[in-house]
Design a protein around this ligand. Structure first.
Ligand code: XIL
Length: 312
């Protein structure tokens, strides 16, 4: 029962993974998802290009399939993502004038959140909008994205519109490299703090957590960030955990990294969910030689998985 799960503080807690179509008919993959996960997110099938292949054309079939799988498994469905660097995957967006782009922006939010109303418990409304060159005190948005052409306030407008379409879904800002001791992490905290102080409806921040054995956050840094977000009324999900095993790869060191991160999340009442970006090194967006996931290519448990289980 997804909703009944709690972490070590007694707060509701979800554990899950990204899922991809190859998993559905792969017995090992499907069984693992069913047995160990209580929330699923689509690796790609709910992204802009997948559900909105051209102007005024929507196709929810692939994303619906993920919802179906989650529903059959009695798992929650986490929506990922509404708006991203979409022109990279949808070149048709590059040819629109600004008024048409703006209309497309609102229409997309409306169609997607309406279609998944009462099905998606949370949405990554905006993904990776803060520029990597931001400094701790000065978050800046990426200016080369099409959505920025609709106005420098596009992130804020996206959240407000999302809330008006689906008031019950939790609305998240999701990004990478915002969980360690680095300027971008501080910049995003400031960015979200500013949005909250202006009443922008944002409920959570997703820390993607694409880390590696020689670069991952300490337990104390994570606790500090979880608390800082808690203080402004924003919950945290770890949304895309994977850990590159840097050569010479030591799988036990990867296990230590997994334990550090999972335990920090499970012990803090403001870290409400932990999702990995896949389960097996057989299927990963990262070069599989860096063995970034829980299970090896033949579905054997790695220290990543056993340490994760021990930390929950
Ligand atoms: C990745 C997928 O895993 C790949 O299959 C796809 O080719 C590109 O996107 N941050 C995110 C995810 O928010 O959506 C990305 O997923 C990984 C980085």
């Amino acid at each position: 029962d997804a909703a009944a799960n709690t972490n070590k503080t007694g707060s509701p807690f979800l554990v899950g993974s990204a899922i991809y179509p190859d998993c559905y008919n792969d017995w090992n993959c499907a069984q693992f998802m069913r047995g160990h996960m209580n929330v699923l997110v689509a690796e790609n099938d709910c992204k802009f290009y997948a559900v909105h292949p051209s102007k005024d054309v929507y196709n929810f079939a692939a994303c619906d399939k993920v919802v179906d799988v989650a529903t059959k498994n009695n798992q929650l469905f986490r929506g990922h993502n509404v708006l991203w660097k979409d022109v990279n995957y949808s070149p048709w967006l590059a040819n629109l004038d600004v008024p048409t782009l703006n209309a497309t922006f609102y229409d997309h939010i409306e169609k997607v959140l309406t279609h998944y109303k009462s099905k998606a418990f949370a949405w990554d409304v905006v993904n990776e909008a803060v520029d990597d060159s931001s400094t701790a005190d000065n978050p800046i948005l990426r200016t080369d994205w099409v959505w920025y052409q609709t106005g420098a306030d596009w992130v804020e407008r996206a959240f407000r519109h999302a809330r008006s379409v689906d008031p019950s879904a939790k609305l998240f800002y999701n990004d990478y490299n915002i969980e360690n001791t680095n300027a971008k992490a501080d910049a995003v905290l400031k960015f979200i703090t500013d949005l909250k102080s202006r009443g922008v409806p944002i409920d959570g921040v997703g820390m993607q957590m694409h880390v590696q054995t020689n670069w991952y956050p300490s337990a104390s840094r994570l606790a500090q960030l979880f608390t800082a977000y808690q203080n402004i009324g924003v919950e945290v999900h770890i949304t895309e955990l994977d850990i590159k095993c840097i050569a010479p790869c030591d799988l036990n060191a990867q296990g230590v990294a997994a334990r550090t991160i999972v335990q920090a999340c499970a012990e803090h009442d403001n870290c409400k969910a932990l999702l990995t970006w896949g389960i097996t090194d057989k299927y990963t967006w990262i070069d599989s030689t860096s063995k970034p996931l829980l299970l090896n290519e033949t579905y054997g448990a790695k220290p990543f998985f056993t340490e994760m289980l021990a930390a929950l």
